[in-house]
Each structure stands twice: as structure tokens, then as C-alpha cells.
Design a protein. Sequence first.
Length: 323
Amino acid sequence: MTPLITVHNIYKNFTDATHSGVSGINLEINEGEIVSIVGESGSGKTTLLKLIYGYLIPQGGEVLFEGKRVLGPTEKLIPGHDEMKMVTQELTLNLYARVYDNISSLLSNTDLEVKRDLTMQTMEFLRIDHLAYKKIVELSGGEQQRVAIARAVITEPRVLLLDEPFSQVDTILKKQLRDDIERLARFLKITVIMVSHDPSDGLSLSDKLVIVKDGKVVREGKPQEIYYEPQHAYVAQLIGKANILNGLSFLENGKYAVYPQDVFVNQDGMTAKVKSVHFGGLYQEVEYIAEDKTILSYDFDFIPLAKGDEVNIAFKKLMKLDS
Ligand SMILES: Nc1ncnc2c1ncn2[C@@H]1O[C@H](COP(=O)(O)OP(=O)(O)OP(=O)(O)O)[C@@H](O)[C@H]1O
């Protein structure tokens, strides 16, 4: 399959930045895919998204949309590719206008009846039709996010770029918004590229995860593949709060990662001292000290443990790391 979007060795540095912007990223995105770009703060996620959209000019490399170079802001009257729409963190909504008008105004040269039908359909699809006659100022952050997405998709773009779409929503609304984004991709066949600082959003929703660090892609692939074979300590810690183990006496040379849910009390395991215990709802978070290393565990059995207790712990799944 020819990729819809190809990012070819792209560079963007900001002279006054503390981190490098984007340094030599290559990426292929297929039509209809949901792609999540995740990474720590300042790793270059938003810069990459803006480069793909054509909102920033790269200093090197290029972005191709169906084989044609995406033009930068100085090459076009209205920055951004015509077939892509981007929803930024600063939602550009008209706060004192109604939801309906915020959305329908995007269809300026459209027959009135078609305009009404399309606006209603889009609002229904994003489950905001009941808010049609409310002003934007009267909406919650999550509802505003939906209106911004409705504005982006009403003109039927082929690609939707979302910068931190879940930043304004709580856990329950997050699930709904995740379903909506998934429906946009599956039913309307819109390719979705989103940026998130919380990797769990990307793990649950994406066909492809792109993990960035210091402006470079360190890992790219299906969420499950990356989760079970993170390869790099940064990736394992970012997506699963993994413990990074090296130098423990029972381990062979090299570096290993183990997720907290794979650390358990076992009489044949290594000696460890409980450093802290915190209730976490579904599980308790237990920190152990073993051979001078702190190891985090999620204990789903709520074993009665207290600070200072001595136990033996073992690891269910150790993942060998390259770096
Ligand atoms: N317009 C700009 N001018 C100067 N530096 C910038 C600009 N935009 C981004 N940067 C810098 O480039 C680096 C990457 O920023 P970017 O916003 O892409 O990171 P991010 O991964 O999206 O971070 P966050 O999760 O905190 O939003 C940072 O050091 C940032 O300060």
C-alpha cells in the first residue's frame, strides 16, 4: 500500500529552544490509520504534528501527501494542507456564538438546506446535537473539544490532526471521546494523527504508536508489539511505568524492564524490604528496595504489607532492553 503521508528525514530546530525540535524523522502513515505520537514533554510531538500539517517550514526534509510535497506557510495563502484539518490545544471557537453557528459557519458557500443537514449530522455523530443552541462559553472543556472536532470534520478532510485531544476531559468523557475518534476513523475513513502526553491514550486507540524522544523516533509499531517488546528503557517507562533493572545479582548482564504488575511476592524470589505502600483502588502500589534498587509493584491481591517488612519478590516477565 502506498502511504497517504510520508515524512521524509524532516528537521526543525528552534534556536532558542531547550530541546531540539525535530531531528531527522521518517514516518509513513496509511489511509484510515489512527496514529498516536507520544513522548515526554518537549520531545517534539507538537512540532512534528505542525510540520505534517504544513504549519511550520522544515529546515530539512519534506512531508509528502499522496506523493506531493506539503507546502509550508510562506508558500500558501492559508497555511495547512487542504485535505488535512488540525485541532490545536487552543480551540479557536467563537465563544459567544452558538454551537450550531460555530460549526455551520465552516460551510459558507453551501445551499442552506444542505448546510443544515450536514451540520446536524456532524453534531449527531459527535453527540453534541443536544448542545446545538448553547453558546460555547456555556460548555465544558470536553464539549468544546467535540465542537472543535466537529468544525474540523464538517468539511470532510481526509486527515484529522489532534493535539492533546484528551487534555480537557475526565476519565468517563475520555472514553466517550476515544470512541468518537475511533468512529471517525472507522466509519468516515478519516486518517487520524494525534499527539498525547499520556501514552495510555495511544495504547488503547491507535493502529500505530510513534514514540519520540529528543526530536527523534525511538520506536514505532503496533501498541501491543511495543508494549511487550519496548527495547528501550525510555519506552518501557513511558508506556508502562516499568522498572529498569540492571546489575541485580540473579540477572545476566544487560538491562531489563519489568512492569509493576509483573512484580509479585514469592518465597523463591529475591529478598526485598517494603519502602512504601499506597492504596490505588484496583491495586495497591508497593515500593520495595532490593539490592539497593527501588522496585515498584502493583499488588492486586492486597497482601497486608507495611513499611519495613521483609519479603521475597519475583518477576513474571523480564523484557531484555537494547538501551
Ligand atoms: N515556536 C517555538 N519557538 C521556540 N521553541 C519552540 C517553539 N515550538 C516548540 N519549541 C521548542 O521545541 C521543543 C519541542 O516542543 P514541542 O512543543 O514540539 O514538544 P512536545 O513534545 O509537544 O511537548 P509538550 O508535551 O510539553 O507539549 C521544545 O523545547 C520547545 O520549547
